[in-house]
Design a protein around this ligand. Structure first.
Ligand code: AKG
Length: 463
């Protein structure tokens, strides 16, 4: 039986779409959309594409050939993903050319290679391949990772970890027929994906239907929606209603949080994609962490009575599976709470009030309110109590150079979005003293809530 097709992904001219329209209609409603007209001036669209509109493979071997990348073999499954191997970009290009000249990639047991998750921006910061469209600029994930690690794991090989978790800005390249199995994105983040050349076919399932692609114990999901899906194992699969769309060259697709999707390259394709989250979808991140925590704890429940540090083990397993533990997420939230406060405090103390500055102030308040909302959820979660000690000294943080740079980057990003003239958010020592009244240490969700309520009071608004 074929897939049941239902929803329709809108296609909108990105040049005629206001930032606020994108936020209200797609980001906040968590709806997919294809945006056109946003890649006109990208260097990637010139350098990486040949006159015939095909990938300029030689350009990659000549300029980035030494880069070591992850390559998926689309015909070989390994657990819940495709088998991956590491190779240089030159080797990948050579194999691509060989396979496509023999014209049977994927047939006769031949591999079908797909370069994925290439951290191109991190590796080539001076080669400006593209500029992130304004709609996707409010990106807390990559902004944070440019300054901090999400998780420091003393047990893992840090250098390897550093590369894999350094950012979520990727390049993908694969021949016609390469594909990505059904999945929802890391951290249940949003993603955007731009076709520099080639075309992709997307199949989406909205979050309210995601149980239909899981087995009856909600443990494993369907891998390939076009394989013969076992009705006994996945009883709901045939009921699922899919959204299908074709993404053409130079179009950008917005993938909302928690939407399962499977993607097929209809032609030789190069794409650029980012994963990100911000105040609009951060609740997805916490909900996922909590689910994965309970799952991790469930797996090792037998050890509860014999393990000295059962909670520590759960948190380490959580970090291994989800990329962060509760503590990491909480520190992330504190830093964003503080950065949003610094920017808001600076904005409300300055005398310049205009439309852009008040829009920016609205956004900062929205961010702080959402952080408070998640913190309240964390507070009510008993598992949180045992997640290890967190002590963040607000005054020390504010005086820290890296944090000031982090604040500045957030400020610059928001000024760009709202076309607002940004000045450096420097707090003088006397201004920092506004933080003192309630004590400057944040150790748990209660402290963060007290801090946020104080901030709302300080700027004269409701939390
Ligand atoms: O382009 C692909 O093959 C997969 C991309 C994807 O899953 C995403 O951007 O979320």
């Amino acid at each position: 039986m074929g897939l049941k097709l239902g929803g329709k992904v809108e296609k909108v001219n990105g040049k005629e779409l206001a930032y606020s329209e994108f936020i209200e209609n797609y980001l906040k409603k968590n709806q997919p959309v294809i945006l056109t007209g946003l890649t006109d001036d990208w260097r990637a669209c010139k350098d990486w594409v040949s006159g015939e509109g095909m990938p300029n493979l030689r350009y990659f071997s000549d300029h980035f050939g030494g880069s070591i990348v992850q390559v998926a073999d689309c015909v070989t499954r390994e657990f819940t993903d495709q088998k991956r191997v590491e190779m240089s970009v030159s080797e990948f290009i050579e194999q691509w050319i060989n396979i496509s000249s023999s014209d049977n990639g994927g047939a006769d047991g031949k591999p079908l290679l797909y370069l994925k998750d290439w951290h191109f921006v991190k590796e080539y910061p001076d080669y400006v391949a593209y500029s992130t469209p304004v709609f996707f600029l409010d990106d807390w994930l990559n902004l944070y990772l440019d300054m901090y690690h999400m998780h420091d794991d003393p047990d893992s090989y840090q250098e390897r970890n550093d590369v894999n978790c350094s950012d979520y800005r990727f390049v993908y390249m694969g021949a016609k027929g390469t594909w990505t199995p059904l999945h929802a994105d890391v951290f249940r983040s949003y993603s955007w994906s731009a076709n520099v050349c080639g075309r992709k076919q997307w199949y989406f399932l909205c979050p309210s239907q995601h149980h239909l692609v899981f087995d009856r114990y909600m443990k494993s999901a369907v891998y390939d929606i076009f394989e013969d899906v076992c009705k006994l194992k996945y009883p709901g699969f045939e009921e699922a209603i899919w959204w299908e769309c074709t993404q053409e060259q130079n179009e950008i697709i917005f993938v909302p949080s928690g939407w399962y999707h499977q993607v097929h390259n209809l032609e030789d394709t190069i794409s650029i994609n980012h994963n990100w989250f911000n105040a609009c979808n951060i609740s997805w991140v916490w909900d996922l962490l909590l689910r994965e925590y309970h799952e991790a704890a469930g797996y090792i429940e037998d050890l509860k009575d014999i393990c000295d540090d059962f909670e520590g083990l759960c948190q380490r397993n959580l970090a291994a599976n989800a990329g962060m533990e509760f503590r990491d997420f909480f520190i992330f939230m504190i830093r964003f709470a503080l950065a949003n406060f610094v920017l808001l405090y600076q904005l409300t103390s300055s005398k310049v009030i205009n439309c852009s500055s008040s829009e920016m102030a609205e956004l900062l308040l929205f961010n702080l309110r959402n952080i408070k909302c998640i913190t309240l959820k964390m507070k009510s979660e008993a598992a949180w109590q045992n997640c290890g000690i967190v002590v963040i000294d607000l005054v020390e943080t504010i005086e820290d150079q890296s944090f000031m740079e982090f604040c500045n980057t957030l400020g610059r990003t928001y000024s760009k979005i709202y076309k607002f003239n940004h000045s450096q958010p420097l707090l003088e020592h006397e201004q920092i003293s506004v933080l003192y009244p309630f004590g400057s240490h944040i150790c748990n969700p209660d402290n963060l809530i007290t801090f946020l309520d104080y901030v709302f009071e300080l700027v004269g608004t409701k939390g």
